[in-house]
Design a protein around this ligand. Structure first.
Ligand SMILES: Nc1ncnc2c1ncn2[C@@H]1O[C@H](COP(=O)(O)OP(=O)(O)OP(=O)(O)O)[C@@H](O)[C@H]1O
Length: 339
């Protein structure tokens, strides 16, 4: 659906040259939610803006449904762009226009009749749950409501693709959840392919099927979200994932366990894997387990959990650790000072 082939983008000024994208290739499939994550300056915005050619790549091709946008005339590009909607961190609404007009004006400009415009505005305001705000001005809305208007405006052109440029970054956690749920619903109900950029792993975890991690203009890792969690290859990805698993063992507890058996980090996929294997080793071996910290994150179709566990029991502890490994749990020994 979206194919980026060997995209490079260089910004040239009198004083400097910035290579914002270096030979980036991505392939987003029809109907999926694909996330690009990276720290500030990684090149995410430049990348997403290349998809609808708001930014022209210096090198490489952008194919939408097989059509190469980089070769098109201005008029053909305008037509192709209708397949692509976009939402932004700061909503980009017209402050002096009502909610109705914010959606209606671009529709009128695209040549729709008054009746068609009216039908679409009402339909998509209902989809985002804002039928009662038709006559409000953006200044009278909360951040979440503004983003809903911006989503309705994007949907009203009935695109096949929705690009989301940090759409939840300016929102509080609760509103973020609501907007992410709305994006998931749109993806399912309308079959719209979503490409989003974010600097929050939580956003990737909650809504994306696949993820690409960017650093210094390059994609350093990509794959199915659950696979990237379970077998992280790049340190930057690791940092993003670690941010969801803070280790919070109290110092007083750490003092009492020092030198009394291994401390292990267990990583597991699926709800049921962690706790049962721990009770199993306690039953089979002469060991005690003490969970120092743990967290489970729920993804679209799977869950991934991590626990830091102290295993005490002089002779049997190594056997218990081996049994965990044999049960398919990823086990990594950690040092006390890392906990
Ligand atoms: N129009 C521009 N002119 C010059 N340099 C630019 C321009 N746009 C982006 N850059 C540079 O390209 C690099 C990538 O920027 P980009 O905005 O794509 O990163 P980002 O990952 O989206 O960061 P952020 O999360 O802070 O928005 C940065 O070094 C940035 O300064």
């Amino acid at each position: 659906m979206i194919e980026l082939k060997n995209i490079s983008k260089t910004f040239q000024s009198k004083k400097s040259t910035v290579e914002a994208l270096k030979n980036v290739s991505l392939n987003v499939k029809k109907g999926e939610v694909f996330g690009v994550i990276g720290y500030s300056g990684a090149g995410k915005s430049t990348l997403i803006r290349c998809v609808n050619l708001l930014e022209s790549p210096t090198e490489g091709d952008v194919l939408i449904d097989g059509t190469n946008l980089t070769n098109l005339s201005a008029s053909k590009l305008r037509l192709e762009r209708r397949k692509i909607g976009m939402i932004f961190q700061h909503f980009n609404l017209l402050k002096t226009a009502t909610v109705y007009d914010n959606i209606a004006i671009p529709l009128k400009l695209s040549g729709l009749s008054k009746a068609e415009v009216d039908e679409r505005v009402k339909k998509y305001l209902a989809v985002v749950g804002l039928e009662d705000k038709t006559d409000a001005f953006p200044g009278q809305l909360s951040g979440g409501q503004k983003q809903r208007v911006s989503i309705a405006r994007a949907l009203s052109h009935e695109p096949e693709i929705l690009l989301s440029d940090e759409a939840t970054s300016a929102l509080d956690p609760e509103t973020t959840e609501a907007i992410l749920s709305l994006l998931l619903r749109i993806n399912k109900e309308f079959g719209i392919t979503i490409l989003l950029i974010t600097h929050e792993m939580h956003v990737i975890q909650k809504v994306c099927d696949r993820v690409a991690v960017m650093e210094n203009g390059e994609v350093v890792e990509q794959g199915r979200v659950i696979d990237v969690y379970a077998q992280t290859a790049h340190p930057t990805t690791q940092k993003f994932i670690d941010s969801q698993f803070p280790i919070e063992a109290p110092a007083s507890m750490l003092k009492t366990i020092a030198g009394k058996g291994p401390i292990v980090k267990l990583s597991f996929v699926g709800h049921s894997t962690g706790q049962p294997v721990l009770s199993e080793i306690v039953k089979r071996y002469d060991v005690h387990t003490n969970i120092l910290s743990g967290n489970i994150v729920q993804m679209k179709d799977e869950s991934y959990g991590r626990m830091i566990v102290h295993i005490s029991g002089e002779t049997d502890a190594p056997k218990a650790v081996q049994a965990l490994k044999d049960a398919g749990v990823q086990v990594e020994e950690v040092n006390l000072h890392d906990v």
